[in-house]
Design a protein around this ligand. Structure first.
Ligand SMILES: [Zn+2]
Ligand SMILES: [Zn+2]
Length: 143
């Protein structure tokens, strides 16, 4: 589905590293790490699969709320904004149409089969979710 490649970057140990990111049809992010040898050969050294997570962002200026998809990997997280098609790495600022900045909170879903998922979940303003959707629909009305 979506595909992105980093530029080859030399590391402290002297070898050149490159990552390829692909979002599969099931929304799982597949990150593949390649190393370039001194002979100019490229070999695959690591493959990491990450399921998507969701964030609720509140604009600090106009207070509008938006939901964003992202991928939490290792220490940081990657976000793949539809607008640019490029991953934003780390705690990146996302700009609102008003010029403000979205403060992101990761949606924490706790699966509770006895509590039906309804409009309260889908229009929630806070990141805490506990209902039958397990966080999947949380804040979905915010787009
Ligand atoms: Zn705003
Ligand atoms: Zn919810």
């Amino acid at each position: 589905m979506f595909y992105y490649k980093t530029t080859p970057t030399p590391t402290n140990s002297g070898c050149v590293v490159e990552w390829e990111f692909e979002v599969r049809d099931d929304d799982v992010l597949v990150a593949t790490k390649f190393e370039h040898t001194l002979q100019g050969r490229r070999r695959q050294v690591e493959v990491v699969e990450t399921a998507p997570t969701y964030f609720l962002g509140t604009c600090h200026r106009c207070r509008s709320i938006k939901r964003f998809a992202g991928y939490v990997t290792g220490g940081g997280w990657f976000r793949f904004p539809v607008e640019t098609g490029k991953p934003l790495v780390g705690k990146h600022n996302i700009t609102c149409s008003c010029g403000g900045t979205f403060q992101l909170r990761r949606i924490e879903g706790r699966y509770n089969p006895t509590k039906a998922c309804d409009g309260r979940c889908m229009s929630a303003k806070g990141p805490q979710c506990e209902c039958s959707c397990g966080g999947k629909n949380h804040g979905a009305n915010w787009g």
